[in-house]
Structures are given as C-alpha cells and as structure tokens.
Design a protein around this ligand. Structure first.
Ligand code: PBG
Length: 324
C-alpha cells in the first residue's frame, strides 16, 4: 500500500462515493429517548436542558406519541414523585407516577418500547440511590429488596424494559429473580453496568430533582480513572442475567464503549449520552460557537462508531427531524 498507486482521496471525491464506503451510519432503530414524568399538573421547562421538560402524564403520552411518529422506537422514563421519603417509597407505590405513566403510554402507543429507569435518587428525601444508614452510607442488600419491588410494579404496569441505574451490587440478579418469580420472564433488563460518578449528570439532577442532599455517589458509581473495572462490572451483570449492557456517560467514555464491545461482542450495548453532554452542545450552539445540527450528528455517530448498538440521547427527536 503505497502512494502514488494508493490514493485514499479517490474514495472521498463526491458524496455518493463517500456514502458508499461509509462504515457507520445512524438509524432510527438506534435511539432511546428519555422522558421526565412529573406528578404535578403543569409542564415545566428544565432551564439547563433547553427543549426538555418535566411532563405531566397527559403530556408525556403526547410526547411519546410524537417521538414514535418521528420513528423513535423506545423511550426511557424518569419520575418526579408527589413526595420523597427516606425509603423512596413512591418508587414502588402501585399508584406511583411511573407506574401510571407506563400504563397510559402503553395504552396510547402500544408498539412503543417503554423502558423504566429503576433507581431511588428521585424518590428519596436524601437523594441517594437507595437506603442509607445513619452515616449516609448506601446500604447495598437492603436496597436490593426495594429494587425488587420497584421492578415488579413497573413490569406489572407493562414496562418492556427495566433499567436499573443505581450501581448496587447484585441489582441485576435481584431484579431478574423478582421478575421471574412473578412470571415476568420476558421482561428485558437493560443494566447501567458501567456507570461512572460523573459531573456530566448535573443538568439531569435539576431535571429529576435528584441531587444528593449530602455527599456524593462515589461509594457506588465508578471512579472515572478506571477502565478495566468496567469489564468486571459488565461481566457481573451479564452473569446475573442482563439482556442489554450500558456504559454511561458516553462521550468521555468512548474508550470504555470500545473495550466493552470488543470483549462482549455478543451483548447489545447501550451508551447513555447524558444531560451534561446535551447541555454543553446546546449552550455552545446558543452562543453561535458551533453548528448544533452537525455537532449532534458527529457526536452520536462517534458513539455508534465506538461500538454502541443503542444510544440513549435527549437529541433523538432532533436528530430524526434533521435526518428524515
Ligand atoms: C439515576 C440516574 C441518573 C442519570 C440517569 N439515571 C443520575 C445520577 O446517577 O445522578 C443521569 C442521566 C443524565 O445525566 O442524563 N440514578
């Protein structure tokens, strides 16, 4: 392979040739669109995430339908409950906001795949992702018991996918057991397997009103200095029965995505392009410093190129509007 016989530019001569040799292309099947559902009656904008809202169930239904009509095949739901307590009891309340949202959305748009984030930070008064002891330390096995209840009520409401995001040891096994014991053998588990303690979640915590009241999440979410540890977390989740694995965030973690895909090629891999990734692009675009449409396509393509089969992104609707 030598110049002048080999001239890579031959294959870049015009758009048709470039398209013909394109290695990665995003498609409508790649996306999961996050929706924040609130118990309140009014739709509320999230200041740090322009274009994203906390939606009452009646509006969330419409949003889900609009997404589906654009071509989006899956949404993931996050809930803002009517009240928070020490145990996050609204998360597993049979009449909780997400339970009702799942029922209404599945009823309104039956073909849309509905995933439910299974965690407690939006539901606890202290904002941590489970039960904490007097020192504020997250109690692992006690939290698993609550997660089982949460997964059960979401599956019963009709969720297609349960997505545990708390980085609790044993969470996938606990949920699989709870689902199987209750005859939800076909409910899918998408595990936030390698979820890092990241400052890119900042805007989400405004959106979901889920910032921890004290401390941080470093005793359960991963240290961003670590790569190999992600393989351990992912392998544990696969062995516990995860159907889909996830790396989160995405953009600063493309190396982890690539490693995960190489090592576990047989597993569908999701990448969560998180709130901070969204807000940074929105902010720079608002200042006129970048071309939003092009940057969004470049970023999402890079996540797919790194190895993701599924991309969870707040830009899903926008990308489809710009590319169909
Ligand atoms: C709940 C959860 C979080 C995100 C998804 N699920 C927040 C957190 O761990 O603090 C973040 C998503 C985003 O930033 O877009 N545990």
């Amino acid at each position: 392979m030598n110049f002048p016989k080999t001239r890579p530019r031959r294959l870049r001569k015009n758009p048709y040739i470039r398209d013909m040799v394109k290695e990665t292309a995003l498609s409508i099947n790649d996306f999961i669109y996050p929706i924040f559902v609130t118990y309140e009656k009014e739709k509320k904008p999230i200041s740090s995430m322009p274009g994203i809202y906390q939606l009452p169930i009646s509006e969330a239904k419409k949003e889900a339908k609009e997404a589906f009509d654009l071509g989006i095949r899956a949404v993931i739901l996050f809930g803002i409950p009517q009240k928070k307590d020490e145990l996050g009891s609204c998360a597993y309340d049979e009449n909780g906001v997400i339970v009702n949202a799942i029922k209404e959305i599945k009823n309104f748009v039956p073909e849309l795949i509905v995933a439910a984030d299974a965690c407690f930070c939006e539901y606890t008064s202290h904002g941590h992702c489970g039960v904490v002891d007097n020192n504020g330390y997250l109690l692992n096995d006690e939290t698993l018991e609550l997660l089982k209840k949460e997964a059960y009520v979401y599956a019963k409401a009709g969720a297609d996918i349960i997505a545990p995001s708390g980085m609790i040891d044993g969470m996938v096994k606990a949920i699989r057991d709870a689902l199987d014991e209750n005859n939800f053998k076909d409910t899918i588990i998408m595990a936030y397997s390698a979820k890092y303690a990241s400052s890119f979640y900042g805007p989400f915590r405004e959106a979901a009103e889920s910032a921890p009241a004290f401390g941080d999440r470093k005793s359960y979410q991963m240290d961003y200095s670590n790569a190999l540890e992600a393989l351990k977390e992912i392998e544990l989740d696969i062995n516990e029965g995860a159907d889909i694995i996830m790396v989160k965030p995405a953009l600063s973690y493309l190396d982890i995505i690539k490693m995960a895909k190489e090592r576990f090629a047989f597993m569908p891999l999701a990448g969560y392009s998180v709130s901070g990734e969204y807000s940074m692009i929105k902010a720079a675009a608002k200042l006129g410093w970048i071309d939003e449409k092009k940057v969004v396509d470049e970023v999402l393509t890079s996540i797919k190129r790194a190895g993701c089969d599924i991309i969870i992104t707040y830009f899903a609707k926008e990308w489809l509007k710009n590319n169909s």
